[in-house]
Design a protein around this ligand. Structure first.
Ligand SMILES: [Zn+2]
Length: 300
């Protein structure tokens, strides 16, 4: 009897050790969601499927303590930034100016002077809770449009005003956008949404991070990032370890379905963040975004 129980204990110990090797503990610290939309479909003037109390409760349940918020139109962002519910939920809102008033603007913003005027007016007005901290997300489906007249002006405006830029573009457009700034990308705070959604190679991402010192990679929808069991793929793990200060996580709640699965999305991040050394995980989860926008590095 005695030896049987010793044997069972020994087997259990071996199994626990084996499972510990297979799956590291997930990251349990604070998260900063650096790519969040609160679009009109989500709330439609407080009565939509995801009113403020709903989205903030999802963030709170997910341990999200900070968000980079933008929305089509900008009303959703302002509602989040100004809401006492956000403070009550322990969520710091970093508001960005969206370039889109409606769906048609996705394909024209880079040449539409009325959008440039709208961005300047929003920037001058700010939110009731304080100034906007960036512009975007914007999209370029054809990288050549990075040289559109309004795209050029907005990149220069952002750099001159110290605004961050959230851009959903390919790697070619990163170079073009950077070339359109006064510093040629050396002082441009560009957050690369998805870090190349069409799958720019790890080597290419590495080269761009090396060329532009303030370029940051946001990792939602990034192809090839995770492998079996939601763990980091080896070449991405190596890249994150090479540039621990240059990556961010985000939900990209571009449709309501992303709100429905918000907590699962954040749990997915916690899984692969757990594959990294704790200090690196904390940087990608929180410190990098907090550093960009002046949030405290320690949060409850
Ligand atoms: Zn997005």
């Amino acid at each position: 009897m005695q030896s049987a129980s010793v044997l069972i204990t020994a087997i259990a110990t071996v199994l626990m050790a084996a499972s510990g090797v297979a799956r590291a503990a997930e990251y349990t610290g604070p998260l900063l969601d650096a790519h969040l939309h609160y679009n009109t479909e989500a709330f439609n003037g407080q009565t939509g499927p995801h009113p403020l109390a709903d989205v903030l409760a999802r963030m709170q349940r997910s341990g999200v303590k900070g968000i980079v918020a933008n929305s089509r139109p900008n009303d959703g962002t302002k509602a989040l930034a100004e809401s006492p519910l956000a403070r009550a939920a322990g969520v710091t809102v970093v508001p960005f100016i969206r370039l889109y008033r409606n769906r048609a603007d996705y394909d024209n913003w880079f040449r539409d002077e009325t959008i440039y005027d709208m961005v300047l007016a929003e920037h001058a007005r700010g939110t009731a809770a304080g100034p906007f901290k960036g512009i975007g997300e914007f999209h370029l489906y054809d990288s050549a449009n990075a040289n559109g007249a309004v795209a050029k002006k907005l990149m220069a405006f952002a750099e001159d005003e110290g605004l961050a830029v959230l851009a959903h573009v390919d790697d070619v457009a990163i170079d073009l956008l950077m070339a359109n700034t006064p510093s040629k990308g050396q002082k441009t705070r560009l957050i690369w949404a998805h870090t190349g959604i069409s799958g720019a190679s790890v080597q290419r991402v590495d080269a761009l991070l090396a060329r532009y010192p303030l370029l940051m990679g946001e990792l939602s929808y990034r192809p090839g990032l995770t492998c079996d069991g939601g763990k980091l793929c080896p070449e991405w793990r190596t890249l994150l370890l090479k540039y621990p200060g240059r990556f961010l996580i985000g939900s990209d709640t571009w449709v309501n379905q992303r709100w429905m699965y918000y907590e699962e999305l954040m749990k997915g991040y916690r899984t692969w963040l757990g594959d990294l050394p704790p200090d690196v995980a904390h940087k990608i989860a929180w410190d990098n975004g907090a550093g960009l926008f002046g949030l405290p590095l320690t949060v409850k």
